[in-house]
Design a protein around this ligand. Structure first.
Ligand code: ADP
Ligand code: 5GP
Length: 197
């Protein structure tokens, strides 16, 4: 399916939401809470060349694939968007977007900002939401506290915050994740409002 057809399809089927924000801001946590209460919303499972963290499962959290296989996906035009982030590749399958929306479900892409900009260009009907931390200090605390990356990796992820923040002005909505319940409620309201349009 071509990207033009994708945007046409949006009018009669589920809605596409893109959620971005710096690493450690709480995107995964908020989305998890949202999905518990919204069986009609699905989360896209991306392909990545990053190694799985403990407790991550292939086919559930990501499709964990080799660099060679990722390159193949790009060449075969299987990805609606893809980007390099902190030394690894991440991408969204066209098939996931097509199948999920066609089946009447809404779909969330939890992706970084470069990928979000690609979706914005390809699928103008997508709703873009950026999650902000209450402060840089708090972001640092959360990312460190999550205990999933080594110090060097954490530094790399924090170093791009200014660039990511600059892109946040291209998004339709911004939510500050200070209080988790309030941030989730804000996201819920945005989605409900957009569904009415
Ligand atoms: P992301 O998916 O954006 O990388 P996570 O959802 O993994 O971020 O959250 C990073 C860490 O911050 C986790 O340990 C999570 O429990 C914690 N966290 C998320 N939201 C909040 C919040 N509102 N207040 C305090 N800690 C939070
Ligand atoms: P993590 O390694 O913490 O799981 O993810 C790192 C970053 O990659 C996060 O900002 C996450 O949102 C983003 N990401 C996850 N999947 C995709 C994807 O399919 N495409 C893009 N562009 N970014 C993704």
């Amino acid at each position: 399916i071509q990207s033009g057809e994708l945007s046409k399809m949006q009018k009669t089927s589920g809605k596409l939401f893109v959620i971005s924000g710096p690493s450690g801001v709480g995107k995964g946590t908020i989305i998890h809470k949202l999905l518990e209460k919204n069986p009609n919303i699905k989360l896209s499972i991306s392909a990545t060349t990053r190694a799985p963290r403990p407790h991550e499962t292939d086919g559930v959290d990501y499709y964990f694939i080799s660099r060679d296989n990722f390159t193949k996906l790009i060449k075969e035009d299987k990805l609606a968007e893809w980007a390099e982030f902190s030394g690894n590749y991440y991408g969204t399958y066209y098939d996931t977007i097509n199948n999920t929306l066609q089946n009447g479900y809404d779909l969330i892409l939890e992706i970084e900002v470069k990928g979000a900009m690609q979706i914005k260009n390809k699928i103008p009907s997508a709703v873009l939401i950026f999650i902000l931390p209450p402060s840089f200090d708090e972001l640092q605390k959360r990312l460190t506290g999550r205990n999933t990356e080594k110090t060097e990796e954490i530094k790399q992820r924090l170093a791009i915050f200014e660039d990511e923040y600059a892109k946040s002005f291209e998004f339709n909505y911004k939510i500050t994740n200070d209080n988790l319940d309030e941030a989730t409620e804000e996201l819920q309201k945005i989605i409900s409002r957009e569904k009415q349009n």
